[in-house]
Design a protein around this ligand. Structure first.
Ligand SMILES: [Mn+2]
Length: 419
């Protein structure tokens, strides 16, 4: 008989992250308290965390204590609750996995890496598939399986043919994995299959994702969703909660709270009930402990923005709130030292946390110093110095300070001379 199976899907905790040098430990603890309540209420069979447990590969002692303490607390909530954790690109696979056997005693299964090894006869990398086939049990019955795949470096997905694309290699990898599972004597068709992954699917909404640089590799969503035996994809990496593809079974749970000001959407965890091989997802919003506030609300341009005096005046009312504040204001020149000091002074001994200023300059100062690049010839005619200055202007909405310009010019000249 096909039993229902309930999982809670979350990812991208980023324990140990700091925002403008403010520790976020209290916010993580606040999240774990909410997660505990949700688990008590929902009684899931499994909790799946799809990578980026820690913000850094070498988390500090406090971060580790928050992780260990809360994971043990979660596992104590229910003897039948299985917790499955895979490493993300931010985690150290070996560090995360080191206490693996100890965790098993708490019904926690941690997969840091696949332990790829070179097979003597084959050219391809092989791995031990049984390590990542995790049965989800209720009493002694196996309800389903989690193919617990951590983040894998693009170059490490085995390639079956020469010049196989990244997306193809990811596809064949999961295809293989699911075929392998079917050979497992404990597998039968009445069991659900969930796969984890920590990668970028094409078509995903990446708002707030800071590290998009040219040529980032993504996986073809429609190709991978043709693996219909996989009933639900519990994905991590993208912080915006969303489905990708048209089947409503490939999902990023998103991070539990905003990691930066651009993640200005509600954050949540996903409660997934598997019934008849179909996932039914319920979204549970996570209430932030310390909200992030753009103040005043983000203007579109210089004309919409307000002046420093006006902004500081309005600010008075909210300085005693426990919030992160990023200021937006207009100025005819980049902010002076005096203006910066005035702002910092305003926040002194206040509860609100200052997180920088975005300055909006008049449009004209933009077009004066930013030449349009339309052709390769335009591009070639721009000196590295000129390009650097205009990138600075675009990024900061302010001219590069004179002192920095001089230093930058010196470096450019030096490099060009040595060519
Ligand atoms: Mn992440």
């Amino acid at each position: 008989m096909l039993e229902k199976m309930k999982i809670i899907h979350t990812s991208d905790w980023h324990i140990g992250q700091t925002l403008y040098q403010y520790s976020r430990d209290e916010e993580h603890i606040h999240f774990f308290n909410q997660l505990k309540d949700i688990i008590i209420e929902e009684k899931p069979d499994a909790l799946i965390v799809s990578g980026d447990i820690f913000h850094s590969a070498t988390p500090n002692v406090i971060s580790q204590r928050i992780y260990y303490h809360n994971l043990v607390e979660l596992s104590k909530l229910d003897d039948d609750l299985q917790i499955i954790i895979v490493a993300g690109n931010h985690d150290s696979p070996s560090r995360l996995e080191a206490p693996r056997e100890l965790w098993n005693a708490f019904n926690v299964y941690v997969i840091g890496s696949l332990d790829f090894y070179k097979n003597a006869e084959e050219k391809n990398l092989s791995y031990d598939a049984s390590k990542i086939e995790i049965p989800i049990k209720r009493k002694d019955e196996i309800l389903g399986w989690v193919l617990a795949v951590p983040f894998i470096n693009a170059g490490n997905y085995p390639s079956l043919k020469e010049n196989d694309s990244y997306s193809n290699r990811v596809f064949s990898f999961y295809n293989n994995l699911k075929d392998n599972l079917k050979l497992n004597p404990k597998y039968n068709e009445n069991q659900h299959i969930v796969a984890t992954g920590h990668f970028m699917l094409d078509g995903a909404n990446v708002k707030g994702y800071e590290k998009i640089v040219g040529g980032i590799e993504s996986v073809n969503a429609s190709e991978i969703s043709s693996l219909t035996e996989i009933n639900y994809w519990a994905l991590g990496h993208i912080h915006h909660p969303q489905y990708v593809g048209s089947n409503n079974n490939m999902r990023y749970s998103g991070s539990p709270f905003a990691m930066n000001f651009n993640e200005d959407y509600p954050h949540s965890i996903s409660i997934v009930e598997m019934n008849n091989h179909q996932p039914n997802v319920k979204i549970k919003e996570i209430e932030p402990l310390i909200p992030l506030l753009d103040f005043p609300s983000k203007p579109n341009s210089y004309n919409d923005a307000e002046s420093l005096d006006l902004v500081l005046d309005k600010l008075t009312d909210i300085l005693d709130k426990d919030i992160y504040i990023r200021l937006h204001l207009k100025s005819d020149l980049s902010l002076s030292e005096v203006a910066n000091a005035t702002i910092l002074d305003k926040f002194k001994d206040k509860k609100a946390r200052f997180c920088g200023v975005q300055v909006y300059l008049p449009e004209s100062s933009f077009s004066d110093s930013c030449r349009e690049i339309k052709t390769i010839e335009d591009f070639k005619s721009i000196s590295p110095y000129e390009l650097g200055c205009s990138v600075y202007l675009k990024k900061n909405n302010a001219e590069m300070p004179e002192e920095m310009k001089a230093m930058f010019k010196e470096v450019c000249d030096e490099v060009l001379k040595s060519k």
